[in-house]
Design a protein around this ligand. Sequence first.
Ligand SMILES: [Zn+2]
Ligand SMILES: [Zn+2]
Length: 248
Amino acid sequence: MKLRILGCGDAFGSGGRFNTCFLVEESGTRFLIDCGASSMIAMRKFGIDPNSIDAVLITHLHGDHFGGLVFMLMDAQLVSKRTKPLVVAGPKTLAKRLGDALECLFPGSTGMTWRNDVRIDAFEDETEWTWGPLSVMPYRVKHFCGAPPYALRVTCGGKTVTYTGDTEWVDALVPAARDADLFIAEAYFRDKAMKFHLNFETLMQHLDEMRPKHLVLTHMSRDMLDAMPAFPPGVRMTAAEDGMEIAV
Ligand SMILES: [Zn+2]
Ligand SMILES: [Zn+2]
């Protein structure tokens, strides 16, 4: 499995980073985990053909995690002239929120006849969602976004990657991330507690319960980026950067 970080920033462009978007390639399938508002720009910058994406998994309905779908669908229709189907899975009401966003940003767009089929599925709490070689277990987390937010444990080709999405600490992160080959975790602040978000110190306190093989820190605020903590010895840990490739 290969992961390419197309965006690891927060919602506000801290550090000049793109909004959340992770590209995963495995078993001849390419899928995105989250597609934040800037994801089309990131795909163009890193030379990723949007038509090569088979599926998109969405953790929660904030613009920096799903807003790029608006531009991806418009690009598919008007620029990339996509004909192959796209599968999108995310929280309940994703279809409605995406339709509302499309209509808000590109009035009349939802009345178009689309060139390609777009299937939008809804995750159910701790219920396996499968498509092609992908298996996804969504764990409910705690983050206010008008729809159920999830951490996603994604298995494909015998490898597992877990992403926390945005959330304060919840115990569901333990089964979500336990023994994962790759665990991408929000580390918004170093030790400052903030409702609905995770900090580095809290993650470290729980690391023994999860024992991921490789931890990647993402969604870092300006404060965190300016004062990156020392990583504990014996733990494989990486601070995400846009464009970084990670073999899983
Ligand atoms: Zn976010
Ligand atoms: Zn969020």
